[in-house]
Design a protein around this ligand. Structure first.
Ligand SMILES: Nc1ncnc2c1ncn2[C@@H]1O[C@H](COP(=O)(O)OP(=O)(O)O)[C@@H](O)[C@H]1O
Ligand SMILES: N[C@@H](CC(=O)OP(=O)(O)O)C(=O)O
Length: 559
């Protein structure tokens, strides 16, 4: 296999080899603890591993001493202006140990003065949504007993204690959790959970994690300041739960808010991911699930930076979802277009809108890194890459899609058929994923999760409206397989893909190559989706795959 090894485009950002060579954080005080139970020596880097082994109380006490004396050299010494954005997702900051590790990563790169975007700790966002649902059917005086609320309280307060954060911030965290409880009481009284209230509810996750982490950094000698993204000017539409960023308002406001303050020591901004403020309502909005990636790239574009790094729990963007295919491997390089298609068609690893600020900026790359394996090169996403050796880059599965077939022989030779069809979808605010058309028929897929209101009702209404010009039928529970690939090589890709389908007896219900130069989508029965991804991955990634571009021009790498 021949992998592309083009150097990252960003000139002001260290290359991978420079990064790997950067020493571990500079610790000013004693950093070594001995774990007698296992006879091992623990540096701060291995504290996590050592803590998992069974330490005796004396060792735990030693660890506490190490914690108390642990001090970092603040990164970006001598710099006044932020020069990179790091985003750490929920899995990267899921508990106190992970917050230490993230602090460690940040301080491992002294050449950067980062702006840090954090998601909520672990599964906090899911827990908050669960609290909201439960509050609707829980008596007001029982709200304090809700089990997800107890888990949230316990996780955040235990993290404050374990990290020994500043008392004033611990009090603020306590206060925020009480405020959360008040909001849940309000939901219980009103028996109503509007999208607007839902956004206020989930905002507590990022508001808590950033306050705790900024305080932890300060206690370790790193000047850090917590910011709620709305205070920096991150402005959005008022589409609660899935708001769009208003770039014209947001970018200049963020740039001004994070500009160096003359005569003041530079501070690391620690910013809430996922959250914004609605332009007309002024209320808290969210950017859709996984929206912290987008916050990070918006900040990067506002600050005109060459690179944004999104730190996850995988070695980069992978050849498929690792929960489906255990033999995935990281993709070295992607274009913004490929990353967008991949995210749009269901790869959880990136937010579908996250590449937009990078595309607008024209000079920013996005790097996906693993906070659990910082040595891994990760994936660099940029405007262009050499696709000559590329066949299939990644395989994505989107489940539970609906296929709509609209057929009208009456429209043969008439114009306006497609516009009538799509106008009906527009009026019902139903967005369409994959489309295939002929003279008198249109087949398209849609995601019921994205339909506002009850999907059944909306589809039924659409069906009766369109029945004036066409016969409409739909099938639910299907799956879209998207091959993120070099569409220039369609013949080979389709030949191999269809030989897999034939071998496995998987029927393809619809196919679209479309205008995208990076994606072929195939619709199959939902029950066969996982199987199909596994078989395609075996075909395109598990066999011999050598790009012999220079030898005979026939071979390929897998990304
Ligand atoms: N093609 C893919 N490449 C990498 N990860 C993927 C892919 N498809 C799905 N995933 C899943 O996405 C997860 C990372 O995304 P996410 O949980 O949103 O990260 P974070 O919360 O750290 O920002 C991985 O743990 C992995 O299970
Ligand atoms: N906490 C939000 C936003 C986010 O981006 O989270 P993560 O980075 O963990 O995917 C969510 O769960 O959707």
């Amino acid at each position: 296999m021949l992998l592309q090894t083009r150097a990252p485009v960003a000139s002001r950002v260290a290359t991978r080899s420079e990064r790997v060579a950067v020493p571990a954080p500079v610790l000013r005080a004693s950093t070594v603890a001995v774990a007698p139970a296992v006879g091992a020596t623990c540096t701060t880097q291995s504290l996590v591993a050592c803590k998992r082994s069974s330490w005796r109380p004396s060792v735990v006490a030693q660890a506490a001493t190490v914690e108390a004396s642990r001090q970092y050299e603040a990164p970006g010494k001598g710099l006044s202006q932020v020069n990179v954005v790091y985003k750490f997702g929920g899995s990267s900051v899921r508990d106190a140990e992970r917050m230490r590790e993230v602090a460690d990563i940040i301080c491992s790169f002294p050449q950067y003065l980062p702006c840090v975007v954090l998601s909520a700790m672990g599964k906090t966002t899911n827990l908050l949504l669960e609290c909201g649902d439960l509050a609707l059917r829980t008596a007001t005086d029982k709200i304090g007993d809700l089990s997800p609320l107890k888990i949230i309280r316990q996780l955040h307060l235990a993290t404050c204690d374990e990290l020994a954060i500043e008392p004033a911030v611990r009090a603020e965290v306590d206060h925020l959790i009480n405020e959360l409880q008040q909001l849940l009481i309000g939901i219980s009284i009103m028996q109503d959970l509007t999208p607007r209230a839902k956004d206020s509810l989930v905002s507590f996750g990022e508001r808590l994690s950033t306050r705790i982490f900024a305080s932890y950094l300060r206690t370790k000698g790193v000047p850090a300041r917590q910011h709620d993204a709305w205070d920096l000017g991150l402005t959005t539409t008022d589409d609660f739960t899935n708001a769009d960023v208003i770039y014209e308002a947001s970018l200049p406001a963020i740039a001004a808010a994070l500009a160096p303050k003359p005569g003041q020591q530079a501070e690391l901004p620690i910013v809430t991911g996922f959250l914004g403020r609605g332009q007309h309502t002024g209320a808290v909005t969210t950017l859709g699930r996984g929206g912290s990636d987008l916050t990070a790239t918006v900040l990067g574009a506002a600050l005109e930076l060459p690179e944004v790094q999104v730190w996850k729990d995988v070695d980069g963007v992978l050849t498929s979802d690792p929960r489906i295919v255990p033999t995935t491997r990281p993709v070295t390089e992607l274009t913004f277009e490929e990353a967008t298609e991949l995210a749009y068609f269901g790869a959880q690893v990136l937010h579908p809108q996250a590449m937009q600020p990078a595309i607008r900026s024209g000079k920013m790359n996005v790097r996906v890194k693993n906070s659990y394996n910082r040595e891994a090169a990760g994936t660099i996403i940029s405007a262009h890459r050499d696709l000559d050796c590329s066949l299939v880059t990644s395989i994505v599965l989107k489940s539970n899609v609906t296929l709509v077939d609209i057929i009208s022989s009456r429209m043969m030779g008439q114009y306006g058929f497609l516009s009538t069809v799509f106008d009906a979808f527009r009026r019902h605010k139903i967005s369409v994923d994959v489309v295939a058309t002929s003279e008198v028929s249109v087949s398209l897929t849609l995601d019921p999760k994205k339909i506002c209101g009850a999907p059944e009702d909306e589809l039924h209404q659409l069906q009766s409206e369109l029945s004036k010009i066409a016969g409409v039928s739909y099938r639910k529970g299907l799956a879209i397989l998207s091959l993120i690939c070099n569409v220039e090589k369609t013949s080979e890709i389709l030949m191999r893909a269809f030989s897999v389908f034939q071998r496995e007896d998987i029927k393809v219900l619809m196919m679209s190559q479309g205008a995208s130069k990076t994606n072929i989508s195939l619709v199959v029965d939902g029950a066969r989706g996982v199987e199909a991804v596994k078989a395609l991955h075996r075909e395109f990634f598990d066999g011999p795959s050598v790009c012999s571009k220079t030898a005979n021009g026939n071979g390929h790498s897998n990304n």
